[in-house]
Ligand binder design. Structure first.
Ligand SMILES: Cc1cn([C@H]2C[C@H](O)[C@@H](COP(=O)(O)OP(=O)(O)OP(=O)(O)O)O2)c(=O)[nH]c1=O
Length: 201
């Protein structure tokens, strides 16, 4: 018998929603109400996995039959972990740090289905090189308003594209979800994205 499984994106990120729509997934959005408090001392991959698991775990507890996706994205440069900027000054500080350097964008993914006791986790890294930015360019970029809800204070999918010299790794990971890796994780839950009639669970 073929039964369709409910899939829930436990995220308030409009980018993540758009990315899942791009690959034809049918899903509901139920943002998680957990506070993102970075625990000091955690290694960066552990940190994103822990936050992604908190987000997925909160919603999975409410919807135990559903397959729930939680994710978290951070930017790491010169030993510093950058989340979303607090204000303009913080955004300017982050962009000055990223200017002319290579940084890592790390996204933690957690898929959970409580009713089957299934959990899959992955942390995916993409390297991004910024070109040298002048203070004028940094101010101009901040004035677009784009940095404020994004890790590392930029969005590669927007005006932020103008800051990026090159990337090494998955582009979609930078935007918030590494899509091909995510598809492989979904397969373990019986969800096949390219050939949906293979859904068997
Ligand atoms: C580096 C980068 C980040 N981002 C975004 C992806 C994430 O939405 C955001 C990082 O913040 P997150 O805390 O990972 O996600 P979120 O708060 O937007 O949503 P939720 O916690 O509910 O899932 O930064 C871009 O959109 N483009 C980029 O180039």
């Amino acid at each position: 018998m073929v039964a369709l499984q409910e899939i829930i994106l436990a995220s308030a990120s409009p980018r993540r929603k758009k990315l899942l729509e791009q690959i034809g997934l049918k899903f509901r959005v139920i943002p998680s109400r957990v506070e993102e408090i970075p625990e000091p001392g955690l290694e960066k991959r552990e940190l994103v996995l822990r936050l992604a698991n908190l987000k997925a775990g909160y919603v999975a507890g409410l919807y135990p039959w559903a397959i729930v996706l939680g994710a978290d994205t951070i930017v790491c440069c010169e030993g510093q972990i950058l989340g979303k900027p607090r204000d303009r000054d913080d955004a300017a500080r982050m962009l000055r740090l990223l200017s002319g350097r290579i940084h890592e964008v790390i996204t933690g993914l957690v898929l959970r289905q409580e009713s089957r006791g299934l959990v899959r986790t992955e942390a995916v890294t993409t390297l991004v090189r910024f070109r040298d930015l002048s203070q004028r360019e940094i101010d101009g970029y901040i004035a677009t308003g784009e940095p404020f809800d994004k890790a590392g204070a930029y969005g590669i999918q927007g005006y932020g594209a103008l800051l990026v010299e090159s990337i090494n790794g998955c582009y979609f990971n930078v935007v918030g979800l590494p899509l091909s890796r995510l598809a492989a994780m979904f397969r373990d839950f019986g969800v096949e994205l390219l050939c949906p009639n293979l859904n068997t669970v």
